[in-house]
Design a protein around this ligand. Structure first.
Ligand SMILES: *[C@@H]1O[C@H](CO)[C@@H](O)[C@H](O)[C@H]1NC(C)=O
Ligand SMILES: *[C@@H]1O[C@H](CO)[C@@H](O)[C@H](O)[C@H]1NC(C)=O
Ligand SMILES: *[C@@H]1O[C@H](CO)[C@@H](O)[C@H](O)[C@H]1NC(C)=O
Length: 369
């Protein structure tokens, strides 16, 4: 009698254990599999070596002595003589001074992590109105943190913006080890991001990391704003690339991309453009699920201490999150675990909700036709 009872209990335990493992495997398995399979060694051949050599010999002196040819505002001396671990380039729209002010007061105000200096700058194109330009001039004078390229800051010109800012980084900030490209609607947890960069195996070189998009296809709908004609890009799939909201590259990668960018069709989306450049120079993007991509991560203190970014954060949320995670208290192991689980579940729930809303909207459109 007693023996059967014991056996039964063992079975029950096994069942419970199995369920716990299954639960974790379902929740985190995809992340592990993704990170494992999307990680392989960079590809090196003669062409790549040539590009590296070209990048090493690149002479940026003409540009350095004449910044006004490409930039309205260039802050050309801001990196001089400094030790910079991470150059954080926030891609902002000219008319969004309030958002920039908020970022300066919150996550953009982190000037070093574990003794590693961070430089935060805003990347802008030109505005169509003169009033906005005047305001930007004033803002720039006050904060000395705006780089403004000579091109119209529009949806279609985002690729041009990345090229211009990469050029700025290799010309005026070649002493920065890493460059972060980040959009203004994001929240960034600098301490966890820097900690991750410090622990990367490859260390300092050949790094192109973010939320990797795998086997994305070009938009072939001629009516769409993102239309990519076959003449621009003829293959079925794009190479793997890091989603544009946030990605990090090491300085050598910026140089190599700058060397090859003229070979790449400019009409593809900006992040794909960087991905194609990276492929030409033999790089494989490194994936981390701690970059949120386009997803908004529902706020939870423990979870936000772990992730690198969250998209679509409202002004009020940024201030709140900043105050809370900056509050100093560390998380215990259990709290971190709890945070991760709830973070995952809530984000999944949110995406299901979005999906449903999306379908309903589509149906509406269909009915109205
Ligand atoms: C930004 O950080 C500095 C220290 O690095 C601090 O003195 C300053 O008060 C902070 N500014 C804001 C607005 O939090
Ligand atoms: C992109 O910028 C260029 C240079 O300022 C400008 O001539 C062009 O109209 C812009 N393109 C779009 C679609 O805004
Ligand atoms: C400013 O940025 C916020 C956050 O990304 C965005 O919601 C808003 O539309 C932007 N406003 C302008 C004028 O670009």
């Amino acid at each position: 009698m007693q023996v059967t009872f014991c056996r039964l209990r063992t079975h029950q335990w096994c069942f419970i254990l199995f369920n716990v493992i299954l639960f974790h495997a379902l929740l985190f398995g995809a992340d592990f599999v993704e990170e494992y399979f999307l990680h392989s060694l960079p590809h090196v051949d003669m062409k790549v070596l040539e590009i590296k050599e070209k990048a090493r010999k690149l002479n940026m002196e003409p540009l350095r002595s004449n910044p006004s040819k490409y930039y309205v505002l260039s802050q050309s001396d801001i990196c001089k003589g400094k030790n910079i671990f991470l150059l954080s380039f926030i891609f902002s729209s000219p008319g969004n001074g309030t958002r920039r002010e908020l970022i300066r007061k919150t996550w953009g105000n982190v000037s070093s992590v574990q003794g590693h200096p961070i430089l935060t700058l805003f990347a802008l194109g030109m505005s169509v109105t003169i009033t906005t330009q005047r305001e930007i001039d004033k803002e720039s004078h006050k904060n000395n943190d705006i780089i403004e390229g000579i091109f119209l800051d529009s949806f279609e010109n985002q690729t041009l913006k990345i090229i211009t800012m990469t050029q700025w980084a290799v010309t005026f900030c070649s002493n920065a080890l890493f460059i972060l490209k980040i959009d203004e609607e994001m929240f960034v947890n600098m301490p966890s991001l820097v900690d991750y960069l410090l622990n990367l195996k490859e260390h300092l070189e050949n790094i192109y990391v973010g939320k990797v998009v795998h086997q994305d296809t070009p938009n072939r709908d001629p009516g769409s704003q993102n239309f990519v004609p076959l003449s621009e890009y003829s293959q079925k799939y794009y190479p793997d690339y890091c989603s544009s909201e946030a990605f990090v590259m090491s300085q050598d990668v910026a140089w190599m991309i700058y060397v090859v960018f003229k070979e790449v069709p400019i009409m593809v989306p900006a992040d794909v453009f960087v991905g194609i450049c990276a492929k030409i120079v033999g790089l494989i993007p490194i994936h981390s699920s701690r970059f949120s991509g386009k997803r908004h991560i529902r706020y939870n203190r423990y979870c936000y201490k772990f992730i690198f970014t969250s998209s679509d954060t409202k002004d009020a949320e940024i201030s709140l999150v900043w105050m809370e995670i900056n509050g100093g208290k560390e998380c215990s192991l259990f709290e971190t675990y709890y945070g991760l689980i709830s973070c995952k579940l809530l984000t999944y729930l949110d995406s299901i909700k979005h999906f449903h809303m999306g379908t309903i909207k589509n149906n509406d459109m269909y009915l109205n036709d």
